[in-house]
Design a protein around this ligand. Structure first.
Ligand SMILES: *Cc1c(COP(=O)(O)O)cnc(C)c1O
Length: 375
């Protein structure tokens, strides 16, 4: 992806001057620094970043500049990427299923924490140095997330207990980890998971070194500002109350850290009464909208960079490719007056957007514009 810096004061100013026909991301380091600061001040433990949510070089550099030094990585390529941007980074290898070659890579990159959720994968880690932290990944049936992360990874409480006992037997440092599911808008899932973690540790007779409370921290997708402080408070209070010896806390947000840092600007290719055609869709920056629904924080801008008025009304949105699946699942509310060649600027578009651009049919954002002012 190409990156270009602009001194212009707003995305609108850049769009009206350049009139791009391709979709472009705007990267806003000022917002990234603000959000990172919010996590670092508010979260009662170590803040790490889940790289998969947005591995853009400028994202990693921005996080390092804002003081993040620990990263959740899932593959050798992510390890190498993080090391290139932060040579002394602390790496947590939290993909619980690994090939032998991937274990070699994790060792070579000096990963300090490894997650597991099944016995066979734990046995494969027996060649790790004694004293390595192994975090057993727990899953519970949970509601409240946009979609369920326990569907693929995680050990149910009984197995989690057995894994924890075996971790200690093998001479490793025992921790627990979980992921409550992405875009969790209320604190309850964290409270339930932390209580379950305390019960499992107690049943196993193990004092946890650390408890990693995952990602899942919500971003604002148009339903209003999520109350991150309430989530942080619940995490701190539940941990204090549930454990005799409270473990140190770690979190690994992806979305929560990166969503606000990017805006996505699209161009309107065609307007019909019931539908609009845009220059990006589900094979590009809007890939996760199939699961999460459309992003509600948008503004429509004329080619001159002015706000496009009119009452909002739902229209079907088609992407640019020749695939009939390239259509957003729900109508998007757009101003009545929207015209061909207008731009739509979506805010809060840093998570699972740029990371999922496929280039299918020759489309997809290839440029990031770095804003020097707040945007
Ligand atoms: C994807 C992932 C995260 C980040 O999830 P968000 O919902 O984006 O915060 C954190 N931890 C693990 C293990 C993950 O796989």
């Amino acid at each position: 992806m190409g990156i270009e810096q602009t001194l212009l004061p707003s995305p609108e100013a850049w769009l009206s001057r350049r009139r791009p026909d391709d979709p472009v991301f705007f990267f806003c380091p000022v917002r990234l620094a603000q959000v990172t600061e919010r996590f670092r001040r508010g979260f009662p433990g170590l803040v790490t970043y889940a790289v998969k949510a947005n591995p853009a070089p400028e994202m990693l550099d921005g996080l390092v500049a804002a003081g993040i030094r620990a990263f959740d990585v899932a593959s050798p390529a992510e390890m190498a990427l993080v090391r290139a941007h932060c040579p002394d980074a602390v790496l947590h290898y939290h993909n619980p299923v690994r090939s032998e070659a991937e274990i070699d890579a994790g060792l070579a990159h000096g990963c300090v924490s490894w997650s597991v959720d099944r016995m066979r994968e734990l046995e494969k880690l027996s060649r790790l140095p004694k004293g390595t932290e192994i975090a057993v990944r727990l899953k519970l049936p949970v509601t409240g997330a946009a979609y369920d992360f326990g569907a693929k990874f995680g050990a149910e409480p009984r197995l989690a207990q057995e894994l924890l006992e075996r971790v200690v037997e093998m001479g490793f440092v025992p921790s627990l980890t979980f992921h409550p599911g992405t875009q969790c808008r209320t604190p309850e899932p964290w409270a339930r998971y932390i209580q379950a973690a305390a019960e499992i540790a107690r049943a196993a007779g193990v004092t946890l070194h650390r408890l990693n409370v995952g990602g899942g921290f919500p971003s604002d997708r148009g339903e209003g500002h999520p109350d991150l402080d309430a989530i942080f408070r619940t995490i701190a209070e539940t941990t204090r109350a549930a454990f005799d010896v409270p473990p140190r806390l770690v979190c690994e947000p992806g979305r929560g850290l990166c969503a606000e840092a990017f805006l996505l600007a699209l161009r309107v290719k065609a307007v019909e009464d019931a539908a609009v055609f845009l220059n990006d869709g589900i094979y590009g920056g809007m890939a996760e909208w199939r699961d999460l629904g459309p992003m509600g924080r948008l503004r429509v801008v004329t080619p001159e960079g002015l706000p496009r008025g009119g009452a909002f009304r739902g229209r079907i949105v088609f992407g640019p490719t020749c695939d009939s699946l390239d259509r957003l699942p729900d109508p998007v509310a757009l101003p009545e007056g929207i015209r061909e060649d207008d731009f739509i600027v979506f805010e809060g578009m840093g998570a699972y957007s740029r990371a999922l651009v496929t280039g299918f049919n020759g489309y997809g954002a290839r440029r990031i514009i770095r804003m020097t002012t707040a945007c």
